[in-house]
Design a protein around this ligand. Structure first.
Ligand SMILES: NC(=O)c1ccc[n+]([C@@H]2O[C@H](COP(=O)([O-])OP(=O)(O)OC[C@H]3O[C@@H](n4cnc5c(N)ncnc54)[C@H](O)[C@@H]3O)[C@@H](O)[C@H]2O)c1
Ligand SMILES: [Fe+2]
Length: 379
């Protein structure tokens, strides 16, 4: 090991099927007497909050529900959640859902616990804290938000901005695979590919990759690639669901320390401007970015290939397997299939160039013309 490194992660991770039914106990121990529970209507209507709500009631934890979270949450949504937390003087925040509600919960806890404005938080290490006690429970196996110091906000200008701060790591992350069995095949596929991209970008990052993030990224890649097809075709298979959920968290821990790169930089404008789900926007641009990067990280791609089902050989093996996967899982594979036209590509490329926080991690530098050409390849 030539260079030292520092690794940050979540203080407490609980992996347990049915853990939602014991949430009240944990919240009580954490001193939460009245909480803001952030989720979304989809998750609520599916009844996924029921075990948690019953347990919180049993432990006399007062709950205020905040369900107005849209996919790719806006700054206005974040402000509204924080305002509610402040007005009710809650003693903690719980986020249950995909990356969108978890990110809103994280920022609400930080904004209500401290004195800064949301605008002052954008960027890396801008938050001075403190934040309210925070518990997160994912219902998708994708973003890894439950273990990352990151929250993503869509601004009024249709731009995705990130807040990166250690204050955003929760006090506890709970992985309960029973919450994920109802996720439909396409949602499972898209969120699972997002998690794989986290593992790949953490493993090939040029700035902060380290032996710890490598271990996590490799195991994440193995678990995710071996279970994604089963989780899509047999949604009720709890073993496959738990492997996906755990794999997504491992990938989250990896990229929390060795951040994501060009796949996310190119995916963000697709999500922000065309309301394409985060996982799908990653999946659409992935093949082009992998091919572009391969000259600069072929060895690392080859190492990841050995972890895939059937152990395909070399960087080409990884790229071929990942390029075929979205189609096999029934996802669109071209930007044109989600309503994007030739005329939209310059705006996408311009916006991708603004993601400098991510582009600096990419193994190969890319400018506007190259980015435009990459979008063109997957149009
Ligand atoms: N904080 C981070 O580190 C990080 C990392 C990557 C992405 N993100 C952000 O996370 C967001 C995307 O999160 P996501 O992909 O998890 O999706 P999401 O949270 O936006 O949810 C998408 C849809 O899936 C539904 N859903 C969630 N769980 C379900 C379940 N178990 N069964 C059925 N339906 C369910 C929701 O109701 C919603 O309609 C984006 O805003 C993205 O930018 C954050
Ligand atoms: Fe992502």
């Amino acid at each position: 090991m030539s260079q030292g490194f520092v690794f940050h992660s979540v203080k407490r991770l609980q992996v347990e099927q049915g853990a939602a039914a014991r949430l009240g106990e944990l919240a009580g121990t954490a001193g939460m007497r009245r909480v803001l529970l952030v989720s979304d209507r989809g998750v609520h209507n599916l009844g996924l909050l029921q075990p948690a709500l019953a347990s919180l009631e049993q432990h006399a934890v007062e709950v205020e529900l905040f369900l107005d979270v849209e996919a790719d949450p806006s700054a206005a949504t974040v402000q509204a959640a924080a305002e509610r937390a402040r007005a009710l003087k809650v003693s903690g925040v719980i986020g249950i859902g995909g990356g969108s509600p978890m990110d809103v919960a994280k920022l609400a806890a930080l904004l209500a616990g401290g004195k800064q404005s949301l605008e002052a938080l954008y960027g890396v290490d801008q938050a001075s804290g403190p934040r309210l006690p925070l518990i997160l429970m994912p219902t998708t196996a994708g973003t890894g938000s439950e273990v990352t110091p990151v929250a993503i906000v869509t601004t009024g200008e249709g731009e995705k901005k990130g807040v990166v701060s250690r204050w955003l790591l929760p006090d506890s992350a709970l992985l309960d695979a029973t919450l994920t069995t109802g996720l439909p095949p396409k949602g499972t596929a898209a969120t699972g590919i997002d998690a794989m991209v986290h593992a790949i970008e953490a493993y090939t990052g040029v700035r902060l990759k380290n032996p710890m993030s490598d271990c996590l990224a490799r195991e994440a890649m193995r678990l995710l690639s071996h279970n994604i097809e089963r989780a899509c075709s047999h949604g009720q298979d709890l073993a496959a669901r738990e492997a996906m959920l755990f794999g997504a968290s491992l990938a989250g821990m990896a990229f929390a320390n060795s951040p994501v790169a060009a796949v996310h930089a190119l995916a963000y404008p697709v999500g922000a401007l065309f309301h394409v789900p985060h996982g799908l926007s990653n999946s659409l641009v992935l093949p082009a970015v992998l091919r572009y990067n391969t000259s600069h990280c072929a060895e690392r791609y080859a190492e990841l290939a050995t972890l895939l089902p059937g152990n395909p050989a070399g960087a080409d093996g990884l790229i071929t397997w990942l390029t075929a996967l979205p189609g096999r899982l029934g996802l669109p594979t071209r930007l044109s299939e989600v309503g994007i036209t030739q005329a939209d590509l310059p705006r996408l490329a311009e916006d991708a160039m603004k993601q400098t926080r991510l582009l600096v991690n990419n193994p190969r530098t890319l400018g506007y013309e190259t980015t435009l050409a990459l979008y063109q390849q997957v149009l």
